[in-house]
Design a protein around this ligand. Structure first.
Ligand SMILES: [Zn+2]
Length: 269
């Protein structure tokens, strides 16, 4: 399943970081040892697993504790913003010290939860990230300006973070880069007929790019009818490298350094 191209078997074993994969969810969770082994053989040695719902945090922590190279982040996804009560936020503050970031958090105007509820949950969690000096994993759909305003007002720029599965223009990406964020590219860049993700991959500085699978979602071409898996990060890597006209090994190196800089994690190679 994994790539064996010579180019992908770099001298240092790649040390790629999947900056966003939901290993704690099915169908990934029940086949984790095999999936992690496959990922490592493909060169993916760091995996960041974002929290989505308070009920999942304990399981997420267990997954990370049991597997080397798996780094948890804790947070409440905008689609569950109504669970961000005072008591869950104080639990989040406890979990925060065990994670590499707060996330995934943000605003999503395509989901049913009221925007004022989403904004409150987002702002509270950004505040918590700032007070713990943690970066933020952002989920943002069709609410870019509001997201930027909250990040600025809450002083999130100091630690920055990762804009996950970004779907905007290079110009909008640069607004986030100006705030100290980096942009995470995913399988959409490999999809046939993709224009927006390709324009984005071409139009932002190389050192502001990190990579993710968002597994089990957003599988790359030609696996779109199957649940995504971390080993397929190399398909995203290969496509972005081709778009940028650099070698996969070079892109692996720069994205690894950027991931390490933002998340402050030791990447096993
Ligand atoms: Zn996600």
């Amino acid at each position: 399943m994994y790539r064996t191209d010579e180019d992908l078997q770099s001298e240092d074993g790649y040390g790629l970081v999947d900056t966003h994969c939901h290993l704690d969810l099915e169908p990934l969770c029940s086949q984790l040892p095999a999936l992690l082994d496959e990922a490592r053989r493909a060169g993916v040695t760091g995996l960041v697993v974002p929290g989505v719902h308070p009920k999942g945090w304990e399981q997420l922590l267990r997954v990370a504790e049991q597997h080397a190279g798996v780094y948890p982040a804790f947070g409440i996804h905008p689609m569950h913003a109504d669970t961000a009560t005072d008591s869950t936020l104080s639990r989040l503050a406890e979990y925060a010290t065990r994670g590499v970031a707060i996330g995934e958090i943000g605003l999503d105007s395509t989901c049913v939860v009221q925007m004022d509820c989403q904004e409150r949950a987002f702002r509270d969690q950004v505040r918590l990230a700032v007070s713990h000096k943690l970066p933020v994993l952002l989920h943002c759909r069709k609410a870019f300006q509001r997201t930027i305003r909250i990040l600025e007002e809450e002083g999130a720029c100091e630690m920055g973070g990762i804009m996950h599965a970004f779907s905007g223009s290079p110009e909008m990406a640069k607004e986030f880069i100006r705030l100290g964020f980096v942009i995470s590219l995913c399988g959409t860049v490999t999809w046939q007929g993709a224009t927006r993700p390709v324009r984005l991959a071409r139009g932002i500085p190389l050192e502001s790019i990190v990579l993710e699978t968002d597994a089990p979602d957003l599988s790359p071409h030609p696996f779109r009818n199957q649940p995504n898996r971390p080993a397929w990060l190399v398909d995203v890597l290969a496509q972005v490298a081709a778009i940028r006209g650099v070698s996969a090994a070079c892109l692996a190196r720069t994205t690894r350094e950027t991931s390490r800089r933002i998340l402050k994690i030791p990447i096993i190679s």
